[in-house]
Design a protein around this ligand. Sequence first.
Ligand code: SAM
Length: 208
Amino acid sequence: MQTVIQIDSPFYLRAEELSSPADWQFVFGNANPITLEIGSGTGDFVAALAGEQPQQNFIAIDYYNKGCYKTCRRLERLGLTNVRVLREEARQFLLERIPLHSLSTVHINCPDPWPKKRHRKRRLVSREFLEFLLPYLAPGGEFFFATDFDDYGLDVADFMPQLSGMTNLLAPELFRYERPGYPLSRYMEKFLAQGKQIHFIHYQKDTP
Ligand SMILES: C[S@@+](CC[C@H](N)C(=O)[O-])C[C@H]1O[C@@H](n2cnc3c(N)ncnc32)[C@H](O)[C@@H]1O
């Protein structure tokens, strides 16, 4: 059995200590826009982006305890104060802690691909999940998705245009293999080193 690492860090929050939904302006001590990374792993991506965007607040969630621990250590090493880390499941966290229409950006990078056909329904990102997620984006808010897994990338690229109120910022292409300036996550680095390609998808929520 894996031991749970106790995370004692100023960047680590316990969701149960927050209100429902949480008061993120109070948590961060400012009203800067909020980016959520779902499945942040060991925090390479969120740390890189948070360093580049000090006027943005970041919430990094993952239900992987060791990943949250490593993310917090990384933030401490880098002295980044605009990120909070929670060990949370995505759907439950959104439902309980995120106000509707409040997020300026959501990133999902290299979610578990569940390559076996019979396991596909375990994938985090599906049309149904996007329909659940999008109301949490503010008008003008952006959704980024990246995967190294061809079939996953094609599936998401295929259903995204069917969602109403979302504009494809990579049009006329449904996805791209390169996004200059997009920080690389640990898994992206790993897959690129293996010669695999990443599918990048980028949409924006329309303003009313
Ligand atoms: C393959 S790893 C990728 C990690 C990181 N995004 C990267 O690209 O290096 C997928 C991560 O998503 C997390 N994850 C999967 N489903 C999740 C969910 N429903 N809620 C929160 N985290 C989830 C896993 O624990 C894992 O750390």
